[in-house]
Design a protein around this ligand. Structure first.
Ligand code: SAM
Length: 221
């Protein structure tokens, strides 16, 4: 059994090291990410391009954080409803401040997506988006379950846009990141079809999968 730097093994969930529920930690992450990941605006643009639609969309964002992706989508896309889900009230407060007037178009949901019941009562969405957050399930083996539950909230014919880092030789917490090939495979295992690469840079990829018109099974509970 592979040992990691602490006492945990490769099979264990990785303990939370950066706790976004702490306001100072959340603000420090925002600044650190701005400097270390200058390519993020190009991912925002790729999300918006993938959300091009003739009808206003109902959108759910998982791990919405400081609202940067929400802002780009609200400004550039036709949005009927935007639900920002995050387990951190601190992040929701930062997002509310950052979005200004746009915040009135957002419903902030404080939920933990590691809980199987997280989709309960959220309704149906035309698009579910997530950026740099799916690894917060704290182990890559939970990725398919997260995406399956997301599909339960996805309207028939709706899409999931999933972006996160993939495994490289430099990856430190290897249990968090699937390989690049395993990312689209996870969408397929969760029942999404026509999985396509939308954008890739900085060891991060944005994938789009479509919820087939067959009614999704309900994995909640
Ligand atoms: C690395 S940040 C990314 C934020 C945002 N998606 C972005 O790219 O700007 C991860 C986000 O996931 C949220 N998060 C972490 N664990 C979570 C959980 N179990 N349930 C819901 N949100 C979670 C954090 O609070 C944080 O806002």
């Amino acid at each position: 059994m592979t040992r990691t730097s602490g006492d945990e093994t490769e099979e264990d969930d990785v303990p939370i090291r950066v706790d976004f529920r702490d306001t100072a930690t959340a603000r420090a992450w925002i600044e650190d990410t701005r400097v270390r990941r200058p390519y993020r605006p190009r991912f925002f643009a790729a999300f918006c391009k993938a959300l091009t639609s003739t009808k206003p969309l109902r959108i759910l964002e998982l791990g919405s954080g400081p609202g940067q992706l929400a802002r780009e989508i609200l400004v550039h896309c036709e949005v009927k409803k935007y639900v920002a889900l995050d387990f951190s009230p601190a992040m929701h407060a930062i997002a509310t401040e950052y979005l200004g007037e746009l915040a009135s178009r957002v419903t902030f949901e404080t939920r933990d997506f590691r809980e199987p019941t997280w989709p309960y009562d959220l309704g149906q969405f035309d698009a579910i988006v997530t950026l740099q957050a799916a690894h917060e399930t704290r182990h890559k083996r939970h990725l398919v379950s997260l995406l399956e539950r997301a599909r339960a909230c996805c309207a028939p014919g709706g899409i999931l846009l999933y972006a996160d880092h993939y495994l490289t030789p430099e990856t430190k917490l290897t249990a968090l990141s699937p390989t690049r090939d395993d990312q689209p495979a996870a969408l397929a295992r969760a029942g999404f079809v026509d999985v396509q690469l939308c954008y890739e840079e900085g060891n991060m990829a944005l994938w789009c999968g479509t919820n087939s018109t067959v009614e999704a099974s309900n994995p909640v509970g």
